[in-house]
Each structure stands twice: as structure tokens, then as C-alpha cells.
Design a protein around this ligand. Structure first.
Ligand code: NDP
Length: 279
């Protein structure tokens, strides 16, 4: 399996993103360099981190020692909630993330949460728009924005986000946000694509059946479901054998019936915070 087999999703700003990447939420900062180095060796070329994960340095060190050309990589990080606000603070937070990553430019920068009680995401987004004009970040987007946050953002600012990164797995699909995003050309990134191990997706009979039919693991079936739904995904694993397993998903296809059976697993099974309440 080579990196070039990974399909790409076209973004609304002319750039494209590898549809399968590697996420590092809850990856111990002391182990991040080794774990990301393993992921790069396995073939991942898209990395998803955030300031709040505390492991941007480790991601940066793994990139630097990999010898992989910068243009072959797609790196995302996120602005944390307490850095939202006036432009100077946003730019400063961006510079510090870029420094920790050891990069000259970022592929994608996201507002991590809307934090509606702070009511600063419009101001923050205008700073993102200007940051993009400098060329030091290619694409800008949001995370954990529900349809009504996106609607307000689109009404009050100029640039349509390239992506919205939301909690999304078969038991919690956020169809309303997905439909709004699709209508406005915003790509959906699914975080917690495997339900973070908190939701027992792998035991569900519909997933098990597709797993048996295709001779693939339940995790591979769930990742494949995401890819066929045109989600961008970056499952996290600290274990190399699972990194390989999660990357080996381009040699089979779920049938329309299998896709429908898994899509019917929607249960409102949110495993993390509600974006309207997380501030
Ligand atoms: P995931 O859905 O990727 O699940 C990760 C869990 O699944 C880990 O416990 C991992 O265990 C386990 N796992 C991974 N692969 C397999 C496998 N093949 N079989 C069985 N278990 C497996 O959750 P994440 O929260 O990590 O989501 C992915 C990424 O999304 C994050 O790393 C982060 O980049 C992003 N994210 C963004 C958020 C946001 O607010 N924008 C919030 C949360 C995540 P182990 O490591 O032991 O293998």
C-alpha cells in the first residue's frame, strides 16, 4: 500500500486533501515522534494535530526526520478556544503552532470549537481570512461547527470554510450539518471515526456481516464506509499493526446494501461534548 493509493478530496479553495490521514489526539507527547514516524513509514501523508493535544513538537520532529518532501505532506492543526479573539492573538497562536511543528506553512488551520458563549468565532474567522492571504496557511476551516454556526459564519464573513471537522461515525452522523456543508461546498472531516473506542461499533451485526463478506476487519469496514460517504478521516492508533490495518482500505468496496445498512445505525450516539455547550 503506497501513499499514492489514497484518494483525495477536492476542497473549495483549489487545494485537495488526502482522504485518509492519521490523527494524534491523546497521543502522549513523549511518544508522538515515534508514533508519527511509524505512521509516515506505513504510508500516511496527512497528519491531524491541535495545539491543545500538546504534541505539535513531536509531530514536527517526526516530519523533519522522515526525509519526506514537504509538498507530499498535508498537515492540519487547530486554534484552541482561549486563543480565539482579536487578530494579533490569533496570528501569535498560529506562529507558535507553526514553530512547534517546524514548518514554513500549514496546509489547514481550524477553529477548534465554536464556543458560542464566548461569541468570538466571527472575529477569529476574519483573522483566519487574513492569515490565508499571507500564504502561510493554504486552507482554513472550522471544527465542531453545527449547521447554525456555519450559517451565521457564511452570512457574516467572506470566505467559506474549506472543511468542517465534526464528530462523525455510524452511530452519530450529524446529517443536518452534513447536508448544510454539502450544499455550500464544505468538505466534512469525521473525527472519532471509529467512535473513539467508546461506542461498540465493531460488534454491530451490520459491521460484522460486511467484515465477514469482504475478509476485512470491522475497523476497516467502518473506515471504508466513511470513505464511500466522502468523509475525510484520520483514525488514531498508537499501534503500528493497527496503523497498517487502518491504511489497508483501498482494495475493497462496500455494496450499496452494506452502505445503507451501516448508515441505518444512526443512534444519536455522540461520544464527546455538544458544540453548543462546550465553551
Ligand atoms: P478514533 O475514532 O480514531 O479512535 C481511536 C481509538 O480506536 C483508540 O483507542 C485506538 O486504540 C482505537 N483503534 C484504532 N484503530 C483500531 C483498530 N483497527 N481496531 C481496534 N481499535 C482501534 O478516535 P480519535 O478521537 O482519535 O479521532 C481521530 C482523530 O480525530 C484524532 O486523533 C484527532 O486528530 C481528531 N479529533 C478531533 C477532535 C476535534 O474536536 N476536532 C476531537 C477528537 C478527535 P489504540 O491507539 O490503542 O490502537
Amino acid at each position: 500500500m503506497t501513499a499514492s493509493k489514497v484518494t483525495r478530496i477536492q476542497l473549495n479553495d483549489g487545494y485537495s486533501i488526502p482522504q485518509l490521514g492519521f490523527g494524534v489526539f491523546k497521543v502522549d507527547p513523549h511518544e508522538t515522534e515515534r508514533i508519527v514516524a511509524d505512521a509516515l513509514e506505513v504510508g500516511y501523508r496527512h497528519l491531524d494535530t491541535a495545539r491543545i493535544y500538546g504534541n505539535e513538537e513531536g509531530v514536527g520532529r517526526a516530519i523533519a526526520s522522515s526525509g519526506i518532501a514537504r509538498e507530499e505532506l498535508f498537515v492540519t492543526t487547530k486554534l484552541w478556544n482561549d486563543d480565539q479573539g482579536p487578530e494579533a492573538g490569533v496570528v501569535d497562536a498560529f506562529e507558535r503552532s507553526l514553530d512547534r511543528l517546524g514548518l514554513e506553512y500549514l496546509d489547514l488551520y481550524l477553529i477548534h470549537w465554536p464556543t458560542p458563549a464566548r461569541d468570538r468565532y466571527l472575529e477569529t474567522w476574519r483573522a483566519f481570512e487574513r492569515l490565508r492571504e499571507t500564504g502561510r496557511v493554504r486552507s482554513i476551516g472550522v471544527s465542531n461547527f453545527l449547521a447554525h454556526h456555519l450559517e451565521r459564519l457564511l452570512a457574516e464573513t467572506d470566505v467559506v470554510p474549506a472543511v468542517d471537522q465534526i464528530e462523525l461515525h455510524p452511530a452519530h452522523q450529524q446529517p443536518e450539518t452534513g447536508a448544510f456543508a454539502r450544499e455550500h461546498g464544505i468538505a466534512i472531516e469525521a473525527w472519532g471515526p471509529l467512535g473513539q473506542g467508546k461506542y461498540p461499533l465493531f460488534e454491530l451485526p451490520q459491521v460484522q456481516a460486511a467484515s465477514a463478506t469482504h475478509g476485512k476487519t470491522p475497523a476497516q469496514v467502518v473506515i471504508r464506509w466513511h470513505l464511500q460517504r466522502r468523509h475525510v478521516v484520520f483514525p488514531k492508533s498508537a499501534h503500528r499493526h493497527r496503523m497498517e490495518e487502518n491504511f489497508d482500505v483501498f482494495d475493497f468496496e462496500l455494496s450499496e446494501a452494506e452502505m445503507q445498512a451501516i448508515t441505518a445505525l444512526e443512534r444519536g450516539g455522540r461520544v464527546s461534548a455538544h458544540p453548543d455547550e462546550f465553551n
